[in-house]
Write a protein that binds this ligand. Sequence first.
Ligand code: ZN
Length: 312
Amino acid sequence: MRIHINDVAVRDGFQIEKAFVPTATKVEVINQLSRTGLHKIEVTSFVSPKAVPALADADEVLRGIDRVPGVVYVALVPNVRGVQNAAATAAKPDELNAVVSASETHNRANINRTHEQSLEELPTMVKVAHGAGMKITMSLSTTFGCPFEGHVHEDVVLDFVRRFRDLGFDGISLADTTGMANPRQVRELVRKVLEKFPAPDDNYYTLHFHNTRGMGLANVVAGIDAGVRSFDGSISGLGGCPFAPGATGNICTEDMVNMLEDMGYDTRVDLAKLLAVARRIPAVVGHDVPGQVMKAGQTLELHDPPEFARTR
Ligand code: ZN
């Protein structure tokens, strides 16, 4: 079974790093990731440079990268202004990703808008994106829980999914922004979403998990059981959310690929190449990273037996 793997590290990961990652380094990492077999790469965001200084170089990043055929290059957009800016760049992204939080408080913290203000802008965002020849998907943040409000009611999630579909978004990502989801919850909620609003194709729904409480990969398995075939990860496990307390770490892309390939799923990702990128990241960000397979090696990367086993 084919599972699509997307990487968000250059956007979701680098944006919370204290030190600015130079544009040339971002471009290099994206170019390396482009040749690993990933389906989508989230490369930047058209947000206010005042709000997220780490992503002020969106234009330069998009102009600098090599576009490998078959890879979808994505940029995050928080509002109409972001879509307009993306549409005005010389090297447009293939796809935009808009964000609304299921929780009102997180929505205000994350994109400085009430739900009402966000929803008002969405039709224009879709129109401008499609008018400029770009796809646009929607991420529902805090789908599985909010760090400020706690539990998010299922009906709230279902209602947002219905609205996004009706508005003509090209895909919907359900995001566990601060790592509050557990596998049972994922299985039950995602099943309900897919039953009520069946996916038109394998990529329509994406799940975006953070490993904040160590449940990230378990949630991926639950998501596959529920019928989702597309997942976000972050190379070496970088990431978090600058507007949500304690939201460290997306699930690690190469750990997810290692698990899924071991389980017999077809990710089309070259794990050795992906690990080579991951092993560069500590030097890029200047600190240790959460990825585990990059340290332990692939499951079937065998070791020489200790000396006693070889002598009689
Ligand atoms: Zn995230």
